[in-house]
Design a protein. Structure first.
Length: 101
C-alpha cells in the first residue's frame, strides 16, 4: 500500500511506510533549518537518522544525531528536533500513531 506524503510543518515531509495496530514505520524528510516542534505522545518512538544532522531535545537534554545514529524516546517524553543539515529520519512508533492515518 502507498501512503500519501504530508507536510505537518514548514520544510518537513512525512510519509507512512508501513503500519499495523502494534507498530508504525514513518519516513520524515527535513530541509535544513526545519523544526519538529516540542510535543509528547503516549507512543514509544525510535528515530533512526538515515542522512543529515539533527539536534533533538528530549526531556530537556540535547542529543545530536548523524547518519547511522538512533534515539529511543519513551512514551510521554517531551521531545522535538531541529534539522542542522537536510536529511531523513525513519521513525517507528508502538503502538501505531492513528493520528498519522
Amino acid at each position: 500500500m502507498s501512503y500519501p506524503i504530508t507536510h505537518p510543518d514548514r520544510g518537513v515531509a512525512r510519509q507512512v511506510l508501513a503500519e499495523a495496530p502494534e507498530l508504525m514505520l514513518v519516513s520524515v524528510r527535513f530541509e535544513a533549518g526545519a523544526t519538529g516542534a516540542l510535543h509528547s505522545h503516549p507512543h514509544v518512538q525510535s528515530s533512526y537518522c538515515v542522512s543529515g544532522r539533527f539536534r533533538f531535545l528530549l526531556n530537556g537534554e540535547e542529543h545530536d544525531l548523524r547518519a547511522g545514529d538512533s534515539l529511543l524516546i519513551p512514551g510521554g517524553a517531551e521531545h522535538g528536533c531541529h534539522c542542522l543539515e537536510t536529511g531523513e529520519l525513519i521513525d517507528s512508533f508502538t503502538p501505531r500513531r492513528d493520528d498519522f492515518l
